[in-house]
Design a protein around this ligand. Structure first.
Ligand SMILES: Cc1ncc(COP(=O)(O)O)c(C=O)c1O
Length: 413
């Protein structure tokens, strides 16, 4: 039982044994003072009946919006049949989802898990395994500054954020870090190390500030990986599943990676992650070499299948491209020359508005106005709205974000 009358942060809980507990959760999150009760499309309602426009989608998760009928139906039907069997047995729904994802991404095989970090763990383990097969005693994976790959120890090591790593040292061995979007730095590493096996990179850095690399970057990485037999592993956990206007962000270029990691938008809120692979990477892991109890269970797979088929049938990647273009254009027009705005950038519905000054306080101000946005990398207002926005909703979102930023910038000068 929760004492809902108490102010936020001071709520107490009474466990079913009758024990009063002040704070039953570990303090891992700085939470905003709101409790959502239900959602529909891009809208959320709190426990006081107040409505919010969700321009964040649970951090790029609910690409189909809240309570999408296709996902609701899939979960409802599957939960009445079978939730879980373990990967000791064939799971036809998992195979169906693997085939769907691989066909959209030109990949050959999939491993399913429960989160983005786990998808990247699978990629890291797969690369290391291949490295050992090639005779490297300590295979190295190249990762980027400002990258975000997760919070498990290997993915935290791969993450290029000292603040996130602080207190959890020692980090793991076997990672080499260079600046994002810097091919010369990669060439330098190649001269210094003979045991590199893979490059792990986000096609667009999300947590790092919605940073897009130069147009030749992925092709440049591909060429270097081809020349040296390295795997090109793309973390599409945030930018995949239609968000940038294509199924996968790399599809804005002509290249194919060897490995793609996915999670977030894949289950629209049902936890599921995937590591897709082709070529030598696809056949590396063998029975016993990796696994997950829950990964790709019938419930999660049914949700994933519903998401993939909805993105396809409703043309949501194309819709993300169109709406993203309109939003970027509208933001540029209204704020591009505004004092205090450094840059407005993005692809599809992954948009960042970088300000000159840190602006974390803007999130609470937006919440007061009934708008959910996020600030990342200190000074980048991040928009990750659902792909199902109507034209009118996209217009309202644009107006509200412009007003929010104008008010914020006026108040801070
Ligand atoms: C690019 C990227 N990779 C990995 C992750 C980690 O995903 P999860 O929180 O599901 O472990 C995130 C989460 O924000 C992400 O943005």
């Amino acid at each position: 039982m929760v004492d809902l009358a108490a102010p936020f942060g001071a709520a107490f809980f009474v466990s079913h044994t009758g024990k009063h507990m002040q704070q039953p959760l570990m303090a891992t999150y700085g939470r905003l003072p709101v409790r959502f009760e239900r959602g529909a499309g891009p809208w959320l309602w709190d426990d006081r009946g107040r409505r919010y426009l969700d321009a964040l989608s649970g951090i790029a998760v609910c690409g189909l919006g809240h309570a999408h009928p296709a996902v609701t139906r899939a979960i409802h039907e599957q939960s009445g049949k079978l939730l879980h069997t373990s990967n000791l047995y064939d799971i036809p729904l998992q195979q169906e989802l693997a085939a769907d994802l691989c066909s959209h991404g030109d990949m050959e095989s999939a491993f399913f898990c429960n989160s983005g970090a786990e998808a990247n763990e699978a990629a890291i383990k797969l690369a290391r395994f291949l490295g050992h097969e090639r005779g490297f005693a300590s295979p190295k994976i190249v990762v980027m500054e400002s990258a975000f790959h997760g919070r498990t120890m290997a993915t935290l090591t791969a993450t290029g954020n000292r603040q996130a790593q602080r207190g959890f040292e020692p980090m793991l061995e076997g990672f080499l870090r260079i600046p994002f979007d810097d091919l010369a730095a990669l060439d330098q590493l190649a001269r210094e190390h003979e045991d590199i096996i893979a490059v792990l990179v986000e096609p667009i850095q999300g947590e790092g500030g919605v940073r897009l690399p130069g147009s030749g970057y992925l092709a440049g990485l591909r060429a270097r990986c081809d020349a040296r037999g390295w795997l090109l592993m793309l973390d599409e956990v945030q930018c995949g599943m239609g968000r940038t206007g294509k199924w996968f962000a790399f599809q804005h270029t002509d290249i194919l990676p060897d490995v793609i990691t996915l999670a977030k938008g894949l289950g629209n809120g049902v936890p599921i992650g995937a590591c897709l692979a082709r070529g030598p990477a696809a056949g590396t892991l063998q029975p016993g070499s990796h696994g997950s109890t829950f990964g790709g269970n019938p419930l999660a797979s049914a949700a994933g299948i519903a998401v993939v088929s909805t993105i396809a049938t409703e043309g949501l990647a194309g819709r993300a491209a169109l709406l993203g273009h309109r939003l970027l254009e509208g933001l540029q027009q209204a704020l591009g020359e505004h004092p205090g705005v450094r840059e407005i950038r993005g692809q599809g519905l992954m948009i960042g508005i970088e300000l000159e000054e840190p602006c974390g306080d803007l999130v609470a101000r937006a919440l007061e106005t009934g708008l959910l946005v996020n600030v990342t990398a200190g000074s980048v207002v991040r928009l990750l709205p659902p792909l199902i926005l109507t034209d009118a909703e996209a217009g309202e979102l644009l107006e509200r974000v412009i007003r929010l930023l104008r008010d914020h910038l006026a108040a801070s000068t």
